[in-house]
Design a protein around this ligand. Sequence first.
Ligand SMILES: [Zn+2]
Length: 211
Amino acid sequence: MPMTHNAAELEGEILQDLILNPAGFQGLEMRTGDVLRIIDVEGKQVAGVAFVYLHRKDEKLSAPNSLGLNRKAYPSLGYKFYSDEAKLMMTMTADTCGTHSIIAGACSSFMNELRYGDKHAHNCRDNFASALKSWGLGWKDIPYPLNVFMNVPVKSDGAYEIEFPLSKAGDYVDLTAEMDLLVAVSNCPQVRNKVNAHALKPIRLVQHRPK
Ligand SMILES: [Zn+2]
């Protein structure tokens, strides 16, 4: 069973509280200690979260380093996210769902064209690039993300399939910044597979600075 946890109510300063509409995106800066709460408002909606070090943006989230240092394939409560230089970037400090992925990558025009013959659909890679454009980053500068609420089990025979999310309405995770970060969030716009249960729904973001 994945570890889950219901965090206490947020105390301190709420820096922003916003709804990402279906297929929406957001870029934001987090100071060390800030908490980003990502809430699945209706359930079964995935949010991609990609981040880099705010003050040297070529230091990026690394899924392989995070897997190796946590010795755990699936992020859940307490999971630590490391950079490509093995520096601690973020910790998952609350999780009411328990099922997420850091190995699924991101939907893109390229993958959509190969898999579905549709390279013009909205996708997470373009969302990340749009989210961080005003910080001067392009899509190749942005690492593959943590996918909150994404359910991609690896079977015992190695089989790997995207399944329906297990998140329920109101489920959330808290991500606490362990260094100053630039963060892009994509409300995943994929409807061609099970990732969002074939329907796009809102995601709520609350950025909070504890006292
Ligand atoms: Zn996506």
